[in-house]
Design a protein around this ligand. Structure first.
Ligand code: LLP
Length: 432
C-alpha cells in the first residue's frame, strides 16, 4: 500500500512515520511540515554500502548527492554512515564543512564553479574536484599552484547514453551543458592537457546519465563506454586512471505503480559489467564511486499540509487548496511529477475522491498534482504527500514571500527539528 518502508497506519487509522502519528506531528509543529525518517535514510545508505561490499568487494565509495536535500544534519548522518559527499556549489560545500563533514570524502561538482568556490574548495582541502571544462582546468591548476598544493581531480565525461527519462533531467547525451564529450575527442584532449599540469592529479573519470531511472541497462552501457575510454586513455597516453564515478540517478517509488530495481540488483549488474569489460580490455578493475541522492532521502520524507478549502466545480474538477505548494514542492510544475497523497487521518480508508491538490501561490500552475485519488478531504484535514524527501526542500523558493516549512526528523519514537520554520521576518532579513 505504501511507497516506503518507514510509513505505517496506526490503530486510529492515522498515517505514521516510523510509528510516529503524523497528526500529532502536525499539531506539535504546525503545517506545512516536512517529516523525515532517520532510520530509513540510514538504511538506504547501508543498502548501497552493503551491496558495494557484497558484489564489488568494497572497492569503492558511496557518495550522498547532497543536492537532493542538503542541511547540516543530513551531512552529519551521511558522515556517520561512512558515506562520501557530492556537493555542487559553494553553499553545499559550506554546509558540509560547517557540519564537520570530512573534506577528503567530498567530491565537488558543477559546470561553472566560480573562482571563489574553487578557492574555498582548496582552502577546505576538498578531496576531489570534478572538473567540467578546460577553462576550469587551467584556472584550478593556477589556484592550486598559488596555494602550493597538488589537487586531486576527476573529469566529468558525457558517455552519450540516453537514459530514457524526462528530458530536463537527462544529462549523459552529447547535447548537455555538463562535461567533456567523448565523440568529439574533447575528453581525450582534456586528459592529455591535465598530464601537463603540475598541480593537478587526475585520478579518474565521472559520468552521470540522468535521474529517476528505472532501467539498469543505461547504467551498464555507461560502464562499458567509460571503461572503454579508460582503456583508450591508457593506449593513447600510457596513463592508467584508477577511479570511475558512475553518478547517481536510481529511481524511487513515487506511486505504487513505480517499480525500481533493488539497489542490490543494480550493484550486482554493474559489478558484473565492470568485471567483464575490464577482463575484455585487460584493464585493472577501478575503484568505483556512485552518487545516489533521491534514493537515499526521497522515500524517507513526506510533506504534511492542512486543507484550507475544497472547491468542487461540477463536471470539471475538485480543487483542494493547502497551505503550501510550489514553493515547497515545485516538481509538478516543473516535471509533471507524480505523487501519492492521502488524508493523514484516514490513511487506511478507501480513496473516494479525485482531486487537484493546489498550493496557495498566486499562480494557476501552483499544483502538487491533478486527478489524484484520495480519501474524503475537508477543510482542516491534514493531507500527506509521500516520497518528498528529495528535491523538495532543496528546490524550495520564496515566491510570493512564502516562508519555507521546517524539517522534522523522526527516529525510534523521538522527533526533532533539523531545519527550523522560516518566519516573515526571515524573509525580509536581506532587504535594505
Ligand atoms: N550526481 C550528479 C553529478 C548529479 O547531477 C545528480 C543529480 C546526482 C548525482 C544525484 O542523482 P539522483 O540519485 O538524485 O537521481 N531536480 C530533479 C533532479 C535533478 C537531478 C540532478 N542531478 C528532480 O526533482 O527530479
Amino acid at each position: 500500500m505504501f511507497v516506503a518502508d518507514c510509513l505505517q497506519v496506526n490503530r486510529e487509522g492515522h498515517l505514521c512515520v516510523e510509528q510516529q502519528d503524523t497528526l500529532e506531528l502536525a499539531k506539535k509543529y504546525g503545517t506545512p511540515l516536512f517529516v523525515m525518517s532517520e532510520t530509513q535514510i540510514r538504511k538506504n545508505c547501508r543498502l548501497y554500502q552493503d551491496s558495494l561490499q557484497r558484489f564489488y568487494g568494497g572497492n569503492g565509495l558511496v557518495l550522498y548527492a547532497s543536492k537532493a536535500f542538503c542541511c547540516k544534519e543530513i551531512c552529519r548522518i551521511a558522515a556517520e554512515e561512512g558515506m562520501g559527499l557530492d556537493v555542487v556549489s559553494g553553499g553545499e560545500l559550506y554546509t558540509a564543512i560547517s557540519a564537520g563533514f570530512p573534506a577528503d570524502r567530498i567530491y565537488f561538482h558543477g559546470n561553472n564553479k566560480t573562482q571563489t568556490e574553487l578557492i574555498a574548495a582548496l582552502e577546505h582541502g576538498v578531496g576531489t574536484i570534478v572538473v567540467d571544462n578546460l577553462e576550469e582546468l587551467e584556472l584550478l591548476d593556477r589556484l592550486a599552484e598559488a596555494k602550493g598544493v597538488c589537487q586531486q581531480i576527476m573529469f566529468r565525461v558525457k558517455p552519450g547514453v540516453d537514459a530514457h527519462t524526462h528530458q530536463f533531467i537527462r544529462t549523459g547525451q552529447i547535447d548537455s551543458k555538463f562535461g567533456f564529450a567523448l565523440e568529439t575527442g574533447e575528453a581525450l584532449a582534456a586528459v592529455q592537457r591535465a598530464a601537463g599540469l603540475s598541480h593537478l592529479n587526475l585520478s579518474g573519470l565521472h559520468c552521470h546519465i540522468g535521474s529517476q531511472i528505472f532501467d539498469t541497462e543505461p547504467f551498464l552501457l555507461a560502464v562499458r563506454v567509460m571503461i572503454g575510454f579508460l582503456a583508450q586513455i591508457r593506449q593513447e597516453t600510457g596513463q592508467v586512471l584508477h577511479q570511475l564515478n558512475l553518478g547517481g540517478g536510481f529511481g524511487i517509488r513515487y506511486t505504487p505503480e513505480n517499480d525500481p530495481p533493488a539497489y542490490e540488483t543494480y550493484m550486482e549488474q554493474v559489478s558484473a559489467a565492470v568485471h567483464e569489460t575490464c577482463a575484455l580490455l585487460d584493464f585493472p578493475t577501478p575503484y568505483i564511486l556512485m552518487e545516489p541522492g533521491r534514493s537515499i532521502v526521497g522515500p524517507a520524507g513526506i510533506t504534511l499540509y492542512t486543507v484550507g478549502s475544497v472547491k468542487e466545480i461540477p463536471g470539471v474538477r475538485t480543487y483542494v487548496s493547502v497551505d503550501g505548494g510550489m514553493t515547497d514542492n515545485p516538481r509538478y510544475a516543473l516535471y509533471q511529477a507524480e505523487y501519492q497523497i492521502m488524508n493523514a487521518g484516514l490513511a487506511a480508508g478507501e480513496k473516494t475522491m479525485r482531486v487537484t491538490l493546489a498550493g496557495h501561490c498566486c499562480e494557476s500552475g501552483d499544483l502538487i498534482g491533478e486527478n489524484l485519488p484520495v480519501q474524503d478531504l475537508q477543510k482542516g484535514d491534514v493531507v500527506a504527500v509521500l516520497s518528498t524527501g528529495a528535491y523538495n526542500y532543496s528546490m524550495a523558493s520564496h515566491y510570493n514571500r512564502v516562508p519555507n516549512p521546517p524539517v522534522v526528523m523522526v527516529k525510534g519514537g523521538t522527533d526533532r527539528v533539523i531545519v527550523k520554520r522560516e518566519t516573515w521576518e526571515d524573509l525580509t532579513r536581506m532587504d535594505v
